[in-house]
Design a protein around this ligand. Structure first.
Ligand SMILES: CC(C)(COP(=O)(O)OP(=O)(O)OC[C@H]1O[C@@H](n2cnc3c(N)ncnc32)[C@H](O)[C@@H]1OP(=O)(O)O)[C@@H](O)C(=O)NCCC(=O)NCCS
Length: 177
């Protein structure tokens, strides 16, 4: 938990360029993104240690309207710039260093058990939805309010409903930790 959380915190702080330890602590105490990722990691930690996850899940829902299944997997370096309204279903896999904006939904198709598989360094813009057992390749960008129903290759930018590729070689940085 702590290793992942450390990488999450580092990525969520990167926009604020903390100047020294005090500034870093102040940001950790005040930034919603850090509170939300901490609760998500706490929920996974409880699940791993066979402790009921209800408390963490309720806090996540009450404060942020976020629901993350304990049967999902989220790699380190999760960045949530506007942590609100996320839904992450069971069986979803999110690789390292992804950015999820407000109201992103990663959900199962009707009757399916396997959810979306998101690569690393993927950007999911405000309100993006990914439905069913689809893969989103590394460094892909999904635009605001887009609905992804098919696989998106690595380095592609996709927008619209259903999402269509508008750029197959975007310049999303390979590592912005
Ligand atoms: C996906 C995105 C990165 C594309 O940016 P871009 O590469 O600069 O693309 P452009 O703005 O030049 O748009 C290219 C085309 O796609 C369309 N388009 C862009 N974003 C779209 C979207 N979310 N839904 C539907 N169409 C979209 C544009 O209208 C344009 O269409 P046209 O060629 O017919 O005029 C950007 O639109 C986006 O959604 N960014 C995420 C923003 C976000 O979530 N911010 C959160 C911070 S608050």
């Amino acid at each position: 938990m702590f290793e992942n959380l450390q990488l999450d915190v580092r990525r969520n702080l990167q926009d604020y360029a903390p100047r020294g330890l005090l500034h870093r602590v102040a940001l950790c105490l005040t930034l919603n993104s850090i509170h939300a990722v901490s609760l998500i990691r706490f929920q996974f930690w409880c699940a791993q240690h066979h402790i009921p996850t209800l408390f963490a899940a309720k806090l996540l829902f009450w404060f942020f309207k976020i629901e993350v299944s304990k049967a999902a997997f989220i790699g380190p370096g999760l960045r949530l710039p506007h942590p609100m309204g996320l839904i992450i279903a069971p069986g979803v896999r999110i690789g390292p260093d992804c950015d999820l904006y407000a109201d992103v939904r990663l959900v199962l198709a009707n009757g399916a058990k396997q959810g979306p598989q998101i690569g690393n360094h993927v950007f999911l813009g405000d309100g993006a939805k990914v439905v069913g057992n689809v893969s989103i390749g590394d460094h892909a960008v999904i635009g605001v309010s887009s609905v992804v129903t098919r696989d998106i290759p690595a380095h592609a930018t996709a927008v619209g409903i259903p999402a269509k590729i508008i750029n197959d070689q975007n310049d999303r940085a390979s590592d912005n930790r």
